[in-house]
Each structure stands twice: as C-alpha cells, then as structure tokens.
Write a protein that binds this ligand. Structure first.
Ligand SMILES: *Cc1c(COP(=O)(O)O)cnc(C)c1O
Length: 232
C-alpha cells in the first residue's frame, strides 16, 4: 500500500477518534484533502482510495488539475485567496469557495457562475486571531458580509471558515474554533441557516472537531510536507 493511502487512512482514523471522543456522529464531518502543489497523478491515487473531495488554493494550478482529472467525480473546493481577475475560473470550475471576504468579489462569482450549474456554495472566511497577516473579515463584520452574500442569486451561503493562529496550545486552538462556532450560531439565531464550519487542519483537527467542525481541510498529514516554492 502506498504512503498516501496509509496517510489518508490515518487521518480518517483521527477524525473518527475525535468524533467519538466528543460524542459527535463521524458522518457529520467531511475530509477535504488539500492538494495544493500536489501532482494530479497523486490525486488520482487518493481518489482510488476513496477520497473524492479536494481543496486547492491556487487558481491556475487547480484549473490544470481539474482538466487532467475530468474523468473522476471529484468535488473541488477553492480555499485560497481570491482576486477579482480569477473569479471566472473559480465560478466555472469549483463547487465550493471557502475564502469569501468581500461582497464585491462574491458578486462577480454569482454573475460568472454558469447558468447550468447549481449555486456556488460559499463560506465566509473569518480572522479569529486578529493577526494582521491573516485573511478574513473581523468578527464584527461577519453579519454585514453574510447579509450581502446571502442576497446573491447564484451563491448559496453555507457557513464560516477560519485559519486560526498556529499554536500548540490546545486551549488556544479550542478558543479560536469556539469563536467561529459562536459567530455561526449568532447568524443562525438571526434567521440564517448555516450548516457548515470549515475549520481544522493537519495540526489541530481534533480541537476543531470538538468545537463543531463539519469540514476539515487537511494537506500535509496526507500528502507530506509541501516544498516552500508555492506558485500563485
Ligand atoms: C494549505 C491549507 C490547508 C492545509 O494545511 P495543512 O497544515 O497542510 O493540513 C488548510 N486550509 C487552507 C486554507 C490551506 O491553505
């Protein structure tokens, strides 16, 4: 058995264990294999082992892989920074976008979403750590963005996403994920119906699941450490 297949099984076992530990249904948590910088033939291998949901961060790289893997029934999630000159490719090629932080860009996604495709599923990216270097809207801006995005015809607002401050402090991991869950619950108390919390990566998926993650985005624990020459 290949390393990738073993690593996938190990991550699935971690998700299962984390779900059991906090009394959640493991079926309520989906694994997104984050495949940025990973070659299409490796994705094909992971697909053969049962992984059908992949996350990509770089539009051009993703579009090439999506074309190369067109024969597979992959669900593609865009999780990277989104510029306005790339929205068309994203609207045409992906099922989900996790990294929405501006109403204007989301309006472009809605306008450019092909008529024959269902609405694009989106999550609003929230900066829960307050680090200046982090993408995402501030917690205080989430409601206004949610209202703007929910009004768009070819967009389906599904939930919230975050990339927290990386830390080994488990209590701090929990606090950041808890904040995202509370923001989601606040929106749902105001008549939104958000079913998604996209949170948890290779190093902190247990804390994220304990705090309610429904989508975990895992890269290096499956595919190995990425080489640092990531291309946009
Ligand atoms: C790269 C990336 C991940 C995966 O991170 P790992 O630590 O490799 O699991 C998850 N989410 C986003 C938005 C990413 O860019």
């Amino acid at each position: 058995m290949t390393t990738i297949v073993k690593a996938l099984q190990a991550v699935q076992a971690r998700i299962l264990q984390a779900a059991i530990q906090c009394g959640r249904d493991p079926q309520s948590i989906a694994l997104i294999a984050v495949s940025k910088t990973v070659d299409a033939d490796v994705l094909r291998l992971a697909y053969g082992a049962g992984q059908h949901v992949f996350g990509e961060s770089y539009v051009q790289e993703a579009v090439h892989k999506i074309a190369a893997l067109q024969d597979l029934a992959i669900e593609w999630h865009f999780i990277g920074p989104l510029q306005s000159n790339k929205t068309k490719a994203v609207a045409e090629n992906f099922t989900w976008v996790h990294s929405v932080e501006r109403a204007k860009i989301t309006q472009r996604l809605s306008e450019q979403r092909p008529k024959d495709l269902p609405a694009l599923n989106v999550c609003l990216q929230v900066n829960v750590s307050g680090e200046a270097s982090k993408s995402g809207v501030a917690p205080a801006e989430v409601l206004a963005l949610a209202q703007a995005v929910a009004a768009l015809p070819k967009i389906k607002l599904r939930g919230l996403m975050t990339i927290p401050e990386a830390t080994d402090d488990v209590a701090k991991q929990h606090a950041q994920f808890r904040l995202l869950r509370e923001l989601r619950d606040d929106l749902n108390a105001r008549s939104f119906a958000l079913d998604t919390l996209s949170m948890g990566m290779s190093g902190d998926l247990e804390a994220a699941i304990a705090e309610g993650a429904t989508l975990v985005r895992v890269g290096s624990a499956i595919f190995g450490e990425r080489v640092k020459t990531e291309k946009a």
